[in-house]
Design a protein around this ligand. Structure first.
Ligand code: BES
Ligand code: MN
Ligand code: ZN
Length: 497
């Protein structure tokens, strides 16, 4: 995968620049600054004529490519909306439009000029960061299992000039941060997109090891089935029982804070393929269950981004990886297993397997005495009924943590919406043959799934993100990299940034 590199530049006058593609974000008042008026003159009125024709409105996320001359070959106008409403939403729309246009174009190099935007330094910083993230996002193409990859972007180099409002060093920092987030998102997408015959629990462990090798502050340990049996993880192990692929519990430790400081914990559902097990799923769209490790891949992508950002906090990332298959050894409906917490579970439906791997991983992570724990899982089809593909479900036993995730989602435009985990729902999980059963009795499926997890997380502040509707798309089919932007923003907030 080739990705463009970013450079912060100072340019005396934009009219004297040479570039294959000059990118100009503009507000919807469409006023030409002194610099842009100079440029317009240089280009024999190309800019002002396009604006007069009304071909470009400046509405957020719109764009128009104009032909330039020999030195400034193309000019790409990108709409930022109203000056007075340059919020996270419009910044993201403008950034996405820039990413799409420069990734789809033929130019190998682009010059982004932010010098004349009438925004404060903070808004500009945010925009530059989002632009780096979105350019990397737009340049990502899945190629690993194609003999003849198509649609590879030409873009190799992006120069950014921000004018006098912020220093080149600050521009550099914003680009680095944006690239770290984009890199984490794309890493998550790639793992999700890989087919399940390649991306197995063992493959995820290998990727975690490779990540740890690249970062001095990262270390990894992988617990195999034998080790998990010794720890009493009967619930997690029951899920992979029918599979020939061994289950893995992957633990990544990032140490950016003080040695003794309690870590923030992320726990991901890593079902590398979910057939449903003996409670077999119907055949249609079953291929999409290769994306059932979206929680796990978002943990790996977030840890990667956090390490690249060098955040001054400690983070532990746990991935509960297993393959859910039917076979003569598979768990059967009615089987009772004992979790690491000691609580017993009657497995009435082997397709409700995510909670079974998560509950043991959540118990295990308690050993770290974490400050807060967030689990991420493609847990229920029911959350898609509730929230569609726009927002993930946020369930939490702590209001401050829920609020932190909600606002991080808003700032990063990777949004979630809070759902309840009230006691009233818990009785749906009562079982005659065990301490609880693994499915509810029919209604509020995403809530009863969260209520199940809540029984294993009482000793710490915890939130659960149900990302079944947001981690991947059916058309065009592919992993989205969500909720990496939300998680990184949440952790940056916790790191005081
Ligand atoms: N992995 C699925 C949930 C899912 C569904 C993710 C659609 C992405 C898209 C999960 O393991 C599952 O099968 N959940 C069941 C739970 C039910 C048996 C209580 C579901 O949602 O139907
Ligand atoms: Mn399932
Ligand atoms: Zn599943």
């Amino acid at each position: 995968m080739s990705q463009p590199t970013f450079t912060a530049r100072k340019i005396a006058s934009i009219a004297d620049a040479s570039t294959a593609c000059l990118v100009l974000p503009m507000f919807d008042d469409l006023s030409l600054s002194k610099e842009l008026a100079k440029l317009d003159k240089r280009l024999a009125g190309t800019l002002s004529r396009a604006l007069e024709l009304g071909d470009f409105s400046g509405a957020p996320g719109t764009s128009l490519t104009l032909l330039g001359d020999k030195k400034i070959q193309r000019v790409l106008l990108v709409g930022c909306g109203a000056v007075k409403k340059f919020d996270a939403e419009n910044q993201k729309k403008a950034a996405t439009a820039i990413g799409r246009s420069v990734a789809a174009g033929k130019a190998r190099e682009a010059l982004l000029y932010f010098g004349d935007l009438s925004v404060e330094a903070e808004g500009l910083h945010r925009l530059i960061e989002a632009v780096a993230t979105e350019i990397l996002h737009a340049c990502y193409v899945y190629t690993q299992t194609l003999s003849k990859p198509k649609n590879l972007p030409n873009l190799a180099k992006v120069n950014v000039c921000a004018g006098a409002l912020i220093t080149t060093a600050k521009v550099r920092a914003a680009l680095d941060a944006g690239a770290a987030i984009g890199g984490g998102v794309n890493f998550t997408r790639e793992l999700g997109n890989l087919p399940a015959n390649i991306c197995t629990p063992t493959y995820l462990a290998k990727q975690a090891r490779a990540l740890a090798r690249k970062h001095p502050n990262l270390s990894v340990s992988v617990l195999n089935e034998k080790k998990m049996r010794e720890l009493g993880m009967g619930s997690l192990l029951s899920v992979g029982h029918g599979s020939d692929q061994p289950s893995q519990l992957i633990v990544l430790e990032y140490k950016g804070g003080k040695a003794k400081e309690a870590p923030y914990a992320l726990v991901g559902k890593g079902i590398t393929f979910d057939t449903g097990g003996i409670s077999l799923k119907p055949g249609g769209k079953m291929d999409e269950m290769k994306f059932d490790m979206g929680g796990a891949s978002s943990v790996l992508g977030t840890v990667k981004a956090v390490a690249d950002l060098n955040l001054p906090i400690n983070v532990v990332g746990v991935v509960a990886a297993a393959e859910n298959m039917p076979s003569g050894r598979a768990t059967k409906p009615g089987d009772v297993v004992t979790s690491m917490s000691g609580q017993t579970i009657e497995i009435l439906n082997t397709d409700a397997e995510g909670r079974l791997v998560l509950c043991d991983a959540l118990t295990y992570v308690g050993r770290y005495k974490p400050r807060e724990v967030v689990d991420i899982a493609t847990l229920t089809g029911a959350i898609i009924v509730s929230l569609g593909h726009e927002a993930c479900g946020i369930f939490a036993n702590d209001d401050d943590l829920a609020e932190a995730l909600l606002s991080a989602g808003q700032r990063s435009q990777d949004r979630g919406w809070r759902m309840p985990i009230w006691q009233e729902y818990q009785k749906q999980l009562d079982s005659k043959f065990a301490d609880m059963q693994n499915i509810g009795t029919g209604t509020a499926g995403s809530v009863t799934a969260a209520c199940f997890l809540a029984r294993f997380t009482e000793q710490y502040k915890w939130a659960h993100l149900d990302v079944a509707g947001t981690a991947f798309r059916s058309a065009p089919k592919g992993a989205t990299g969500r909720p990496v932007p939300m998680l990184v923003e949440y952790l940056r907030g916790r790191a005081g940034q």
